[in-house]
Design a protein around this ligand. Structure first.
Ligand code: 1HN
Length: 356
């Protein structure tokens, strides 16, 4: 509450010293004066901790391969380089509320099975055909696929192809750890046993059909855990071809949970935006901090007063309550994730469109 209408006036040095002496005494009793803290506790508008930042894939990839030569996926448990927002060093966060990293699984490797209450998503950056197994079912991870590991689901990754697989991980760890409610455990076997055909859940839940007595196998998370890029891309191309381009959102479709029509995950919102070549969007800002991975295309993102040129597989951060707009040099497909779904559930989400 910075915009205080009442000016309390100046305080003499003597009064100030007296107050300070009081603050020091109550500090010893684990108490503090709210009037000294109020401004920081209730800012008039969001004050983002993260800053806009880009990791260019061409620069990141050699470090991934170097990590690949240093240790095996099994040794590392997960061979990941954390994408840490430069304004929040040591926090393992890309935005205020989301963890992000880049993971490498080399041919023949296994990232051993474990589970945790944190939810994870993968966005595949480069793949000749590695896979993940989730709760007894395998799915091949192809470039551009959006893959979910629901809370408390056993998961291991493998790569039986002859090429490395590289993907971006996003987890809700900062949220789970804020509540200090997290659990995790290791599986007895490196790779869990597979009990169903590949892509069984996509076939049952992913064609605008549901089992006649559908019960959500993953609780609040979508029963689909691979949303193939091929399908998402085709839908977006059709939406753009129909002329449905929002000035701020271009063509944007959210990944949804077919059980309830809401977001695919309970804590992380994900969507894909398509800008046909030449399109420039108008500014918009929203209270969610966003991580963007470029599935296809080249362009420039304007984030606050920063211009960030991007190309395929680059990853960048849009801080909360910071104006964003995009300019597409070629047809762009942008994968985006944020804490929007959590903010919506808590009644906190707001957005504001710039007037042209
Ligand atoms: C995790 O389980 C994975 O399963 C990736 O691939 C990154 C970062 C922190 C905690 C758990 C994975 C992770 C992670």
């Amino acid at each position: 509450m910075d915009n205080h209408p009442h000016d309390a006036g100046a305080v003499s040095a003597e009064e100030q010293a007296k107050r300070q002496e009081f603050y020091d005494r109550i500090d010893a009793q684990s108490m503090a004066p709210l009037w000294e803290r109020l401004k920081g506790l209730v800012p008039p508008e969001p004050r983002p901790s993260p800053r806009a930042h880009v990791w260019h894939f061409d620069q990141v990839r050699p470090y991934m391969m170097e990590a690949g030569a240093l240790l095996t996926a099994e040794e590392a448990e997960r061979r990941v380089l954390v994408l840490e927002n430069p304004a929040m060093p040591g926090k393992s966060r890309a935005t205020a509320t989301l963890y992000a990293g880049i993971q490498l699984v080399l041919p023949g490797e296994v990232a051993p099975a474990h589970r945790h209450t944190a939810s994870a998503l993968r966005f595949v950056l480069e793949s000749g055909g590695g896979f993940t197994a989730v709760a007894g079912e395998k799915t091949t991870m192809r470039t551009g696929d959006f893959v979910i590991t629901p809370s408390w689901a056993w998961h291991d990754h493998g790569n039986t192809s002859s090429d490395p697989i590289i993907w971006m991980d996003i987890l809700d760890l900062p949220v789970v750890n804020f509540f200090e409610g997290g659990f995790s455990e290791h599986h007895n076997d490196a790779a869990q046993s597979i009990g169903r055909p590949e892509d069984d859940s996509l076939n049952r839940y992913g064609n605008a059909l549901l089992p006649i007595e559908a019960e959500s196998p993953f609780g609040k998370s979508s029963p689909i855990f691979n949303y193939p890029f091929e399908r998402t891309r085709a839908s977006l191309v059709a939406v753009a071809a129909a002329g449905d381009l929002d000035p701020h959102w271009a063509a944007t479709l959210k990944y949804s949970n077919p059980m309830d029509g809401g977001w695919a995950m309970p804590t992380i919102a994900s969507w894909m935006t398509h800008l046909p070549a030449g399109m420039a969007t108008q500014g918009i800002r929203s209270t969610d901090g966003i991580i963007v991975a470029v599935a296809e295309g080249r362009g420039v993102a304007t984030i606050g007063d920063q211009k960030i040129p991007f190309g395929p597989r680059d990853i960048f951060v849009i801080p909360n309550w910071t104006q964003r707009s995009f300019q597409a040099e070629s047809d762009c497909f942008l994968f985006c994730s944020s804490d929007r779904v959590a903010q919506e559930k808590l009644g906190l989400y707001r957005e504001e469109r710039a007037t042209a």
